[in-house]
Design a protein around this ligand. Sequence first.
Ligand code: SF4
Length: 715
Amino acid sequence: MTDGARAATRTGQPPREAETHCPYCALQCGMVLRDTDDGRIEVQPRQFPTNRGGLCQKGWTAADLLDHPDRLTTPLVRDPSGTLRPATWAAALDRIVDGLRTVQRAHGRDAVAVFGGGGLTNEKAYALGKFARVALRTRHIDYNGRWCMSSAAAAGLRAFGVDRGLPFPLTDLGRTDTLLLVGTNPAETMPPLMRHVTDQRARGGRLIVVDPRLTATARQADLHLQPLPGTDLAVANALLHIALTEGLIDREYVAARTEGFDAVRRTVAEYWPAEVERLSGVPVADLEATARALGTAGSAMILTARGAEQHAKGVDTVSAYVNLALALGLPGRPHSGYGCLTGQGNGQGGREHGQKSDQLPGYRKIDDPAARAHVAGVWGVDPAELPGPGVPAYQLLDSLGTPDGPRALLVFGSNPVVSAPRAARVESRLRGLDLLVVADFLRSETAELADVVLPVAQWAEEDGTMTNLEGRVLRRRALRRPPPGVRTDLTVLADLAARLDAPDPVPTGPAAGPAVDRFPTDPRVVFAELRRASAGGVADYAGVSWERIESADGVFWPCPDPDGPDSPRLFADTFPTPTGRARFHAVRHRPAAEPVCADYPLHFTTGRVLAQYQSGTQTRRVDALRRAAPHGFVELHPDLATRLGVGDGDEVRVASRRGELRAPARLSPTIRPDTVFAPFHWPGAARANSVTNDALDPVSGMPEFKICAVRVERA
Ligand code: SF4
């Protein structure tokens, strides 16, 4: 932190300059914000280990939204005519509390639900989970991170006993000999990450990319495997099959550090490369070259992302790549291992502190009696009063307004009308609610449906912490206060809790700490409580303080002791499983939930573009980004386009069994001729999630965003 910013923080005045991080993706690039004399806010990149002085276009323009004319600065309440009208905070909060009480009186506590977001700070994610369980006493809370990370999280937990996206610092990428990227396109989604890949290539390392599209990342690769969407698991099993037949397995590592290999060995024996070539379209020679590049390298890394994970078999697909990494002896070895590239800004921290339906802070399980007792002690409630597990995000949204589902929903930092799979159905569920409340700083498509909209602060107006894709806890610093009329999410939760008469806490047990407000509004106080609540958990933040984060480039969890080390690299000696060994899981390929057929003969897949982010609520309003990526499109191979009689720029209709999207065709030879692609950032006619499939992974609840069957025609 610069002297100016540090001094300003000490005096309690908002600083003229703040060292912080980009509000968008999980790379959390370091940046400096400056208030200029002419009233603008200047963004400058700064040196930080993840971005090394780089920013993408989204980061450079992030401050454009602070004074944007669409910014919400007053609460909105829907009047009897159905129009959202400005209201006082008192009127808006009263309307919410009346609605919540009415619903809970008539239908029980679980008739109210909470839906959070992977962009919320750790403090807000923690407070939201506590608010649901203590103030509303509902079991129904989940968040949009379920659609981002949950398959990799579940696979990591069952193999390693811990879910931390990267179990090593990002800088290790630059030192690995072979880097295998599966279903990820960082050159578009997080461009500064490619600096590490450039280092890796400059040192003579090999880059191999698995992606159905020849993406900007795949173009830089030594080898590009272009499988049919939904066949990544079979590809991984074939790679392990080849590694076995060619004697590339690290038998000593497997014997000493793992368990369950025999079942995997028997399973992958069935995955003959020639058969996997027929299934996936990846030539045997490319499979062999990949297995050899991984198995003979001095160091090697396998990283997956949404392309492999957002499937109804996402957990098993990740497990197949984890199996490969374990069989080659990679996890825990220098510059080697398996990792997952988290997407949302606080996708990692957001899933550690209680926003997930089955979790309590510190990555504790909500059905574990010891975990309940510990957290209840910190919260000052009887463990018996804590609700049990709820249901994952899509199941929760799909149950809204139905006889057995919640009738009121509070949404913080999410826009499911655009981002949910089978979005038209979710939209109709939201419309059927007795009460929908949205806290946001812009009128998202979900806010447009709300009964009450609460204007909340933006990233540059709040202090707090975020946890990036490496499990590194970072400081988000406020540059200025929220504008008049705007409150922070923490204040909103405290105001609602007070109106709901949430009882004062009676902290008990060794982790209880001092008596504090039930719902403190100072993020530093919330973080202190979070530390106590996470102490002893898998994601232990007890030794992390804001001061410690500021004195270094962040702190890696687990960090149980304020005076002890943090954990940049995991698994060097042991795995946090009951036996200390990593666990193999035998997994088999299965077809996509919805196979192609005569009526729907093409595969449909979705993803992101460089200039837009998630549901686009923010980035669609930034002029420079709108100019760069003004609207949705449908990417088709020219051969397919010829067959369909579609020219470049023609409007096409993509229809699945669930709905359709319309957007201009973009012809590209970089996509498979049997597959079409659309980015998911746009609402309305171009909404890609009108088409996607809501089939869920049975373990993680991840929807099958990445493949369904469609037909395409000129509109
Ligand atoms: S969007 Fe991601 S890659 Fe781009 S500047 Fe922000 S954190 Fe960095």
